[in-house]
Write a protein that binds this ligand. Sequence first.
Ligand code: CO
Length: 163
Amino acid sequence: MKRLVIIIMTAAALANCGNKKKNEKKQPEKKQVEQKQVPKEISIVLESDDNMQYNKKELKVKEGQKVTLTLKHIGKMEKNVMGHNFVLLKLNVKLSAFAEKAVLAVETDYIPAGTSDIIVHTKLIGGGESDTITFDAPKKGTYDFLCTFPGHYAMMKGKFIVE
Ligand code: CO
């Protein structure tokens, strides 16, 4: 009789142990699902053309995401006539004031040398070209982006929104 009790208790203990293990296993699975909801990386393709336009006025990413952004120039005009870039400004940098400074930076493709106003930028490209940059999304907020080629920012600008 004593032996039977011990066997039952042991069985109960084993069953408990098994349940615990199952519970432990479930937790990591949950975490993985949460991570899938916010992908670690995001790819964006932004087109520009011979009509001095981007094809998007708003780009959205999530805080902390690794962003791969490709700027394409789908036009035919050369970069000294219809050059385009993508320049992402830090928060609180005034777009028009920055653009006026950038126009003067002819020798550095309209990126002011040593500027601290920019988070990231592509190179200046002409028709048929593209440039890809990778960067970490900055903190939540709404940032301005623009093309700094002379006279373009009035048409070529938009919002880069980090959620
Ligand atoms: Co442009």
